[in-house]
Design a protein. Sequence first.
Length: 291
Amino acid sequence: MSQLDRKRDDVRQLLDKMMPEFKKILHDDKLLNKFIRVALSEFSKIPKLLECTQESLLGGLMNCAQLGLELGSATSQAWLIPYGKQATLVIGYRGMRDLVFRSNRIANLWARVVRENDKFEFSYGTNEKIDHVPAKGKRGEITHFYAVAQTIHRTVQFEIMTYDEVERIRKRSRAKADGPWVTDYEPMGCKTVLRKLCKYLPTDILPPLAHEVLHREDQEFYADANARVAAKTDEKAAALRERLDAAEDGFADTAETLGIDEHEEQRILAAEAAEAEGELRQEMAQDDLKF
């Protein structure tokens, strides 16, 4: 028996041992058997999961069962993604959509992919709207993703992201070259814009456990990028301080030569500092990892 087969048997025995716990969550035997069968299928499709700790595998599966989601690309509700020895539960677009609907506060919710040959227009202001007519025939490459929510009170909220904005998030993920970003790119893009939309909806449209899982996903898959952004921010902040110090030293000599009083000197320096800070914030916005 190969080492991979032994690990597969170990996981199968672990799931058998935990069946009573899963049954407490799923209640129905038919649902339980399907859940275990799909989980074992995922381990076969993604052998790297067998390298993960049993604690992380069980934790991801338990959370998935508690949220009432199904693993795998068949539904795009959720995936277990390995990174090193950790298995992390990733909620997909359809999983997010199903969880939002369960709040009974949203009447309708959808996300769409826009391609370059589609008719796509939108406007903001007092009469915000989206007009999207998919092209007949070849639609071309992806240009945008958007999500729309209609509450039970008939109010409408929407969010739009460009292809490049979604790509920046994908490229910062540890799983950018594997998992759902490769096998299910469009649903992951739809999930990304839906997550951004959810920031403007009541927080209780998602259960607390879903917020925990999404936060854990961010911590696991964007940790490297978060560290890079923090380092880059520190670097930019240090450069800004040097620039302001140099400007203040240089301006002091100029002010004395021109006879500018201390009050005017402070006003001009404050304006320069505000301008420099604005430039820094604009640069840092490009590195923002929040959805």
